[in-house]
Design a protein around this ligand. Structure first.
Ligand code: OSB
Ligand code: MG
Length: 367
């Protein structure tokens, strides 16, 4: 596939709800989308960056800068046979995985479209329908938390994940557990605790959670291993895993027993598949995380989730949970199951007029 033209757009979008995590509140978001044009086909991708560097050092602005000034100058006009060749050419770019993944995932979509195959076939997946969970932000009160939990359980979500932070952890989860005794529940601390606060996790350990996501530092594997020895509940790693090597080390050290996979965090589909394969060889379940994506990113996540090792529900709810209107035509999940869009590539069509309306920055590279 010759990289003939790349179109970048930054969109301004409004989340339907206020999403509070231990690192901040999000509602007005900027999203970058990329359209790759090659040999008569278009590949679509979406950056997973947030507006602020709270989850990752990457932001919308660093993704735009890395693509415009460092990544695209290397790849424009070149002809790559495989995603591996593309990644190899970008080997000197340290980090900026979300920026690289934006190009890499568009490349996969274009390749799948050129072959007239759904992306999941190219990735080697099998499952075409996937159970979905909901990631619920920090609420104003315990009553609100129980109410939103019950509402989402009724809507059919197969697992509920609650954001926690110091001072907002054991009590709300005890209340939810009392209201929903049999529901699969998890928590996500987004790195907000350290080893002086293990008491919180010992109390959460009695609630039968499926896992505790990223309790300790974003760059840690050692303290997580220490915490894991104290708990029956598996630790799930998100922020700590950026590569297949990170995954191997984490599972070898028993820093966690479940892996959250996000395309942007690990540099795209090829590296996601390798992280998945490492986890699979350890017998560790993986699931697809979310970064509050629009429909393009959601479709990529669903294709990735078709791989065998994705044995737990993902943060892969329908676009309609997040947006009054999406930039793609996106099928809603039914009874907590989300189907992979059909057709070649990621299988979504873009609403070009709506995208134009949301655009706050646009650049085209190549001709
Ligand atoms: O830690 O999984 C996370 C959103 C932004 C940044 C980090 C995370 C999240 C979510 C939301 O939990 C998942 C989603 O529903 O898209
Ligand atoms: Mg997380």
């Amino acid at each position: 596939m010759k990289i003939e033209q790349i179109e970048l757009r930054e969109l301004k979008v409004n989340l339907k709800f206020r999403f509070e995590t231990s690192f901040g509140v999000e509602q007005e978001l900027n999203k970058i989308i990329l359209i790759l044009r090659s040999e008569g086909v278009e590949g679509y991708a979406e950056a997973t960056s947030n507006n602020v560097p709270g989850y990752s050092y990457e932001t919308c602005n660093t993704v735009w800068d890395a693509l415009q000034n460092h990544i695209l100058p290397i790849v424009m006009g070149k002809d790559y046979k495989t995603p591996m060749q593309l990644l190899h050419d970008l080997g000197k770019i340290r980090g900026h995985n979300m920026a690289v993944a934006t190009l890499e995932t568009a490349f996969w979509d274009a390749q799948a479209k050129a072959a007239n195959l759904p992306l999941w076939v190219l990735l080697g997946g099998s499952r075409q329908e996937h159970p979905v969970g909901a990631s619920l932000g920090i609420q104003k009160s315990i009553e609100d938390t129980v109410e939103i939990a019950q509402r989402h359980a009724q809507q059919g979500y197969k697992r509920l994940k609650f954001k926690i932070k110091p001072g907002w952890d054991v009590k709300p989860l005890q209340a939810v557990r009392a209201a929903l005794p049999d529901m699969p529940l998890t928590v996500d601390a987004n790195s907000a605790y350290n080893l002086t606060q293990t008491r919180v996790f010992e109390e959460l350990d009695d609630l039968g959670l499926d896992y505790i996501e990223q309790p300790l530092a974003y760059d840690d594997l050692i303290d997580h291993a220490k915490l894991q020895t104290m708990l029956k509940t598996p630790i799930c790693l998100d922020e700590s895993i950026h590569s297949p090597e990170d995954c191997r080390k984490a599972l070898a050290l028993d820093s966690g027993r479940v892996i959250n996979l996000k395309l942007g965090r690990v540099r795209g589909h090829l590296m996601s598949r390798r992280v998945h394969d490492v986890a699979f060889s350890f017998g560790a379940p993986v699931w697809c995380g979310g970064m509050i994506e629009l429909g393009i990113g959601r479709a990529h996540n669903l294709h990735l989730s078709s791989l065998e090792g994705f044995s737990l529900p993902g943060d892969t709810a329908s676009a309609s949970r997040y947006w009054d209107e999406d930039i793609t035509e996106f099928l809603d999940a039914k009874d907590g199951m989300q189907r992979i869009p059909e057709g070649a590539g990621i299988g979504v069509t873009l609403k070009h007029d709506f995208i134009e309306k949301l655009t706050v920055r646009k650049a085209v590279f190549g001709s």
